[in-house]
Design a protein around this ligand. Structure first.
Ligand SMILES: Nc1ncnc2c1ncn2[C@@H]1O[C@H](COP(=O)(O)OP(=O)(O)OP(=O)(O)O)[C@@H](O)[C@H]1O
Length: 487
């Protein structure tokens, strides 16, 4: 019988310096890891000694050690130790970015500049990470952000997620940005960038992330590139406004994660280039990192080398090829976590464990199901339901509904697509004066939360909605995308 706090059939692994233990979990299984000796980190977030860390929801991750360590754990489905990791290259990048931050802060404070640094720019790192599918872009972002936060200088760099399929801190379909103050934990792909304070109880101790999110509504950027571009611009403008008043915050820089469609895959090359350009302009990018893709690196060198630094970085051999079905399951986990909180049952024998530093009970939410009238909520779709981008139309052809037009949805119409749909509830407009309102204002409003339509009663003109809290949505505006969710 295993004693309290020790998982049944737990084993110890001794990791040599600069090696990593990689694992993959099957559906419905969880893993508890305890650091017995030495130092270890999960994608840049350090593990505290003698504490059980839980992983679940088909998590795939690695425990890396710089100095060597002993870890104790239960059995994952797949596990191996690798001695070949790109961590040294990532750490060198971090050091270069750290020097940029220090120069930016020195410039801001007007401190003396040593002779050997006189001709170096004093811009903080504003980094765009590009790469094909499953190249480890999000993981690189996380490692670089976590190293910056751990540097002990009080940096809070902004992490921007422009991959609508990623989910980030909101539901899948959203693009978001948040300043990060403490390391982002990894425990489940349902929470790839840690928990936002908006979807979890206020008692979160490790990470009070307050993201700014906009609703794109689809998984692929090619579905509505014009809307993507507009959202990227909106996030950029918000960040610039923040930088105007937070001069010191600006010196920590920012890191932008992108979807793989920016690098390769279907969709025209022009559209990809336009979206990359939109990011470069909106976030005033000064470094582009290309993860293990020679052709894209050359493409970026040609387009941007005269304006900014383009660096090719190695891809980790540990990055797992995620298939379409896995990604769909992750979207379900994300919406489930959004509504019910993060619940990972610990493996047998473990009674006290933490999820990325949080106590398990702190992460449980109780959603509320309410019945509202059709007229209580104004629901829109951006652009027509099925729509090729404007560039794919025959020359001279005009479409009836433009890609950025908000089309009102009547829930009483058969085929409204509302049943099981995920709706983003928009924040109320800042301009309440009628004269200051404009046509496409709805596209520029951030999200305040999400609901799911679980039942429609067309006869009574009522619908049942599931929301993470009991706040009223009466009089609010909602946008539908192409995401659906059913428990
Ligand atoms: N060194 C590693 N060891 C084990 N798993 C890893 C490692 N690096 C990344 N992974 C896992 O591989 C998967 C893919 O990584 P990641 O999400 O960073 O790639 P991506 O390029 O951002 O993906 P996408 O194709 O969605 O854009 C994730 O589940 C991640 O946790």
């Amino acid at each position: 019988m295993a004693s309290e706090g020790h998982p049944l059939e737990s084993r110890e692994w001794n990791l040599d310096p600069e090696t990593e233990y990689r694992f993959e979990l099957d559906p419905g299984t969880s893993l508890a890891v305890r650091l017995v000796r030495g130092y270890a980190e999960v994608f840049g977030s350090e593990l505290a000694p003698n504490k059980h860390y839980l992983f679940g929801s088909e998590c795939k991750a690695a425990i890396f050690t710089w100095q060597g360590c002993t870890i104790e754990m239960s059995h994952p489905s797949t596990e191996y130790v690798s001695e070949e990791t790109p961590m040294a290259a990532y750490a060198n990048l971090h050091i270069a970015f750290e020097q940029m931050r220090v120069r930016a802060l020195r410039d801001l404070r007007g401190s003396p500049v040593p002779d050997y640094e006189r001709d170096k720019p004093s811009d903080p790192p504003r980094v765009l990470i590009l790469g094909p599918e499953n190249s480890g872009k999000t993981t690189v972002c996380k490692i670089l952000i976590n190293y910056a936060v751990r540097a002990g200088q009080g940096w809070s760099p902004i992490l921007i997620n422009t991959d609508p399929a990623e989910g980030g801190w909101a539901a899948p379909g959203a693009l978001s940005a948040a300043p990060v103050h403490s390391p982002l934990p990894t425990c489940s792909p349902g929470n790839p960038l840690g928990s936002a304070a908006t979807s979890a109880p206020t008692a979160l101790s490790s990470n009070a992330l307050l993201p700014l999110a906009y609703w794109y509504g689809h998984a692929e950027s090619k579905r509505n590139p014009l809307l993507m571009e507009r959202i990227i611009r909106n996030i950029g403008e918000n960040i610039n406004d923040k930088y105007q008043v937070d001069l010191q915050g600006r010196t920590a820089g920012l890191i932008v994660d992108t979807p793989s469609s920016f690098a390769s895959g279907p969709g025209s090359s022009d559209e990809r280039q336009k979206l990359i350009k939109a990011c470069v302009d909106a976030f005033k990018i000064n470094v582009i990192l290309v993860v293990g893709h020679e052709k894209l690196n050359v493409e970026m060198q040609r387009a941007y080398a005269s304006l900014l630094t383009v660096v090719k970085i190695p891809k980790s051999g540990g990055v797992v090829e995620l298939d379409h079905l896995y990604r769909e399951r992750v979207h379900n986990y994300q919406l489930h976590i959004y509504m019910y909180g993060q619940i990972i049952p610990p493996p047998p024998g473990i009674s006290s464990a933490s999820l990325g530093g949080e106590t398990l009970t702190d992460l449980v939410l109780a959603p509320s199901s309410t019945v509202i009238n059709f007229g209580d909520l104004s629901i829109f779709r951006i652009g027509a339901e099925t729509m090729a981008p404007s560039s794919a139309l025959p020359i001279g052809a005009a479409r009836a509904v433009s890609e950025t037009q908000a089309v009102a949805i009547d829930p009483a119409q058969p085929g409204s697509g509302l049943l099981n749909a995920v709706l983003a509830i928009l924040a109320p407009p800042v301009n309440t004066e009628e004269s200051e309102r404009y046509d496409e204002e709805i596209l520029d409003l951030p999200i305040s939360g999400f609901i799911v339509v679980t039942a429609l009663d067309i006869k009574q003109r009522k619908m049942t909605i599931l929301a993470p809290n009991q706040g009223s949505v009466v009089g609010r505006t909602a946008i539908i995308g192409s995401y659906e969710w059913q428990e």
